[in-house]
Design a protein around this ligand. Sequence first.
Ligand SMILES: CC(C)(COP(=O)(O)OP(=O)(O)OC[C@H]1O[C@@H](n2cnc3c(N)ncnc32)[C@H](O)[C@@H]1OP(=O)(O)O)[C@@H](O)C(=O)NCCC(=O)NCCS
Length: 170
Amino acid sequence: MHPENKDPLEPQNGEVRLREVIHSDLEIFFEQQLDPESNRMAAFTAREPGDQGAFTAHWIRIQGNQAILKKTILFNGRVAGYLVAFDLLGEFSVGYWLGKAYWGKGIATRGLALFLAGIPTRPLYARAAKDNAGSLRVLAKCGFKIAGEDRGFAYARGGETEELILRLEK
Ligand SMILES: CC(C)(COP(=O)(O)OP(=O)(O)OC[C@H]1O[C@@H](n2cnc3c(N)ncnc32)[C@H](O)[C@@H]1OP(=O)(O)O)[C@@H](O)C(=O)NCCC(=O)NCCS
């Protein structure tokens, strides 16, 4: 195939990089987190994903908080999503969200592996809804092991939802 005809979203043509979050990413993150399927998967989401003012205010607080680590995931230079790490109930925990167009290409796994390499804190934690198979697989591929269970109110499900707590030791 002629190089100019390469589909930039094809995984074999892809380069995953992390960089600092910049203000213009927030509009893209907002669009990416509007997707209903993504919200159902993630379960523990914003109360109102369609409220752009609340979303942007939330991210401006994150940007101003040095205790929260955050990176934009680039796939071939395009904003594919983000990664965060923050204190959650006393446990330093990771989270991530990718736009649907970027799913199924190994981007979350590669992005999380790069992110983890830059974070010295161990153990590290993550939480995922028990039925979020994609997120649980990403975490398992990066070395996280199931460490417990919890349940809590999930806005995207409109009710109590079971979640797994995962821990990365090394
Ligand atoms: C979960 C999410 C991050 C996965 O991103 P991704 O880039 O598609 O993941 P990867 O391509 O790295 O996939 C890693 C593994 O998970 C599997 N996987 C991905 N999505 C899956 C799904 N919906 N169901 C089952 N397995 C899935 C892949 O097949 C792959 O497994 P394999 O290597 O054994 O084949 C992405 O779907 C997303 O952002 N969802 C919405 C937000 C969310 O749920 N965030 C996490 C909250 S805890």
